[in-house]
Design a protein around this ligand. Structure first.
Ligand code: PHE
Length: 344
């Protein structure tokens, strides 16, 4: 029996030498030390031994078990170390390789122009407001002095959702909403940037969805000269100190009188050239003194309060300022176009 045990030990250690991976090692452990392993088989045979022999053989079995266990553990450590080294080698980084450049994005040109306009008006004491893009017929039209069947509704072909709900055709409903919030109790100045929608066929100068910035100043004693002053500051800050403005009579149902503002052409400064189609001026925005009906529907007494309002299209401003020739560029998400303005 002692011979047998020695043979098992030798065989086990010899096999161990050949082993190169954890799976085989595990199999070997089971083969020798497991429940059905060779060493356990020998132990089973101990019952046949005499009482004197038993402790002697028991001692040897223990020694063999220890020797095999120790050898297995050592091999296991070795294999683990080797595996780790292999992994480190595989995952090692060549720090001398040039890095891959990280592509940095930037705000959309339209976002930048809107923020620039916001900053300008915030500097003049205006608060920035928002309103819903799905608007009621009441706020989009009626509260702006455009009753149902008013012909001027045709100026803004609309996307209706129900009879009473539509995608707002302009940011002017926020005029009515803001007046309501202030309950006719005090003056205020606000601008409201946002998306608007019209049933237009998209081309270089039309888009079924675009943005507007509305402006409204209501207080006691607001005059047309105040409007002209503010628009003049806006034009000079936005386009350059050398630009002039002019106001032309126009019509909007919610302002009276209504005007259209032009700025002098940056190429010919008013002389007339191909850029301004010979007129010397470029149209920028619509504005006017808030119509008494609109003030009244907003809860303001038109005998005490007056106001001016203006509305402009940031796309148009951006097109003029940065020489963009097609409004669709703002919505195509063509990175070749967009990235030109990341540093601008
Ligand atoms: N809402 C008008 C438009 O969409 C612009 C405007 C706003 C005109 C405020 C006058 C006053 O064309």
């Amino acid at each position: 029996m002692q011979e047998e045990l020695k043979a098992i030990q030798e065989e086990a250690l010899a096999t161990l030498e050949q082993i190169n991976d954890m799976k085989e090692l595990q199999a070997l452990k089971v083969a020798y030390l497991g429940k059905k392993g060779s060493l356990t088989q020998v132990l089973r045979g101990m019952g046949k031994l005499s009482p004197e022999e038993r402790p002697v053989v028991g001692e040897i079995v223990n020694q063999v078990r220890e020797a095999i266990t120790k050898a297995i553990d050592e091999k296991s450590d070795l294999l683990e170390k080797a595996a780790l080294e292999e992994k480190l080698k595989e995952e090692s980084i060549d720090v001398t390789l040039p890095g891959r450049p990280v592509k940095v994005g930037g705000p959309h040109l339209l976002t930048k122009v809107i923020e620039e306009i916001e900053d300008l008006f915030i500097g003049m004491g205006y608060e920035v407001r928002e309103g819903p893009e799905v608007e009621t017929d009441y706020f989009n039209f009626e509260a702006l002095n455009l009753p149902k069947n008013h012909p001027a509704r045709d100026m803004q072909d609309s996307f209706y959702i129900t009879n009473e709900l539509l995608l707002r055709t302009h940011t002017s409903p926020v005029q009515a909403r803001t007046m309501r919030e202030y309950k006719g109790e005090k003056g205020f100045k606000m601008i409201c940037p946002g998306k608007v929608y019209r049933r237009d066929t998209d081309d270089a100068t039309h888009s079924h969805q675009f943005t507007q910035i509305e402006g409204l100043y209501v207080d006691k004693d607001v005059k047309m000269s105040d409007l002209k002053g503010v628009l003049n500051i806006f034009a000079k800050k936005m386009f350059g100190e050398d630009r002039n403005i002019r106001l032309r009579p126009s019509f909007f149902p919610f302002t009276e009188p209504s005007v259209e503002m032009d700025i002098s052409c940056k190429v010919c400064h008013g002389e007339g050239c191909s850029v301004c189609k010979g007129t010397g001026w470029i149209e920028i925005l619509g504005a006017g003194m808030v119509h008494p009906n609109v003030l009244e529907m907003g809860g303001y007494d038109p005998k005490v309060y007056s106001g001016f309002a203006f509305g402009m299209g940031p796309e148009r401003i951006a097109m003029l300022k940065y020489g963009v020739s097609d409004i669709r560029q703002f919505y195509l998400n063509d990175n070749r176009f967009l990235k030109q303005f990341h540093q601008a």
